[in-house]
Design a protein around this ligand. Structure first.
Ligand SMILES: NC(=O)c1ccc[n+]([C@@H]2O[C@H](COP(=O)([O-])OP(=O)(O)OC[C@H]3O[C@@H](n4cnc5c(N)ncnc54)[C@H](O)[C@@H]3O)[C@@H](O)[C@H]2O)c1
Length: 361
């Protein structure tokens, strides 16, 4: 690097960081799995920032995830829908929002196959409604959280990886709705100069994940003495990302990412199939293969996703710090220690927490 550039570089970074000092964030879907991990991470790392968490509390939203911060003066929960333009407009105005971090979505592929309607509404109309309000309120940054599923499926033996230039080829109502949202976010940047950034990440795992997704489903079923259902032949490959690594990536994109850019975020697992993920969980939990139960495959099941995260690595210095095996062990321990949390979810009792905490307010 040129001598002068080396000298200038820290100053430029410093300036960029200063731009977002003491900021007010509107986090959508902050009562879900990734959103709640993100809020807990952010308030710990940036205790001076203020967060408004807007969440509709669908079946997937659990306000109890945030009980550690509910008395924090810099945190506020608002129950509401991202399709409610008036509410969003008021929030952006009254709370002086600088940055929107948009997690809210219908997120489960299986549910999108059974009923696409809420996916179209929340993921497309909801994103559009937020974009309109962001434009009107001159939001300084709109960060949109998306998925690698928009790129479709790789062949099982393919060595290819998705990157920022991979064409979109979604194959489920879920991924098609997320792809539409991504296109809208990009359109608002090119057409109206809305300062956006987008991230597409691979499958996350970690604490507070709704126990309908593979890893928490496997762990909680075993803890309940039930077998683990595996779709089809189990040879489906995902690029597993520990949720805390996802949070650090979004942090870097918000502070140092370039407006209008997309960043892909992935993990460090090399081609591990679902069946082998479950085998690892069984091994950690001291159980054998007889706990696996093969079930009828999901229609249109994508074979494989793999992420090339070299852009965010080169430009922002990000890499996943957690190796899969240790993070998986940590996750198994977390679900083992926090049985109260997921048992309430499995019985639907977690909804009572909201009523107790917020119903009276
Ligand atoms: N979990 C993953 O592995 C993964 C991978 C890639 C991308 N993503 C993306 O990350 C984001 C968060 O995923 P997650 O796993 O935390 O999802 P989640 O299903 O756990 O949480 C979604 C949250 O959004 C809220 N929500 C749903 N509809 C809403 C609406 N209309 N208005 C306001 N709030 C609403 C829900 O109540 C819930 O709290 C999503 O956009 C998803 O597409 C997730």
């Amino acid at each position: 690097m040129h001598k002068r550039l080396i000298y200038l570089f820290p100053i430029l970074i410093h300036k960029e960081e200063q731009k977002f000092k003491n900021m007010n964030l509107l986090v959508t879907g902050g009562a879900g799995f990734i959103g709640s991990n993100f809020i807990l991470y952010w308030l710990k790392r940036y205790p001076e920032d203020k967060i408004v968490n807007l969440d509709k509390l669908t079946y997937a939203g659990n306000i109890e995830n945030l009980k550690d911060v509910e008395d924090n003066k810099n945190y506020k929960f608002v129950k509401g829908d991202i399709c409610d333009g008036e509410l969003i407009d008021d929030l952006m105005k009254n709370e002086n929002i600088d940055v929107v971090v948009h997690f809210a979505a219908e997120s489960h592929v299986d549910r999108s196959i059974l009923d696409p309607a809420p996916f179209i509404k929340t993921n497309i109309i909801g994103t559009y409604t937020l974009l309109e309000a962001a434009l009107k309120n001159k939001i300084k940054r709109f960060h949109h959280v998306s998925t690698d599923e928009v790129f479709g499926s790789l062949a099982l033996n393919s060595k290819e990886k998705f990157n920022e230039n991979t064409p979109y080829a979604p194959r489920s109502p879920y991924s098609a709705s997320k792809a539409s949202a991504d296109h809208l976010v990009r359109a608002y940047y090119y057409t109206y100069n809305l300062p956006v950034t987008i991230s597409n990440c691979s499958n996350n795992f970690g604490p507070y994940q709704f126990p309908e997704k593979l890893i928490p489903l496997a762990i909680t079923n075993i803890l309940e003495g039930k077998k683990v259902p595996i779709y089809g032949d189990g040879l489906y490959v995902r690029d597993w990302l520990f949720v805390e690594d996802h949070c650090t990536a979004i942090d870097l994109i918000i502070h140092k990412g370039k407006i209008g850019e997309t960043y892909l975020i992935g993990g460090m697992t090399e081609d591990i199939s679902n069946i082998n993920v479950v085998r690892k969980i069984l091994k950690i939990m001291g159980k054998g293969e007889e706990w696996i139960e093969f079930v009828k495959d999901r229609p249109g099941h994508d074979r494989k996703y793999r992420i090339d995260w070299s852009k965010i690595n080169k430009e922002l210095g990000w890499y996943p710090k957690h190796d899969f095996d240790s993070a998986l062990k940590f996750t198994v321990d977390w679900y083992t220690k926090n049985q109260d949390w997921w048992k309430k979810i499995k019985t639907g009792e977690y909804l009572d927490y909201y009523k107790r905490q917020y119903g009276k307010k």
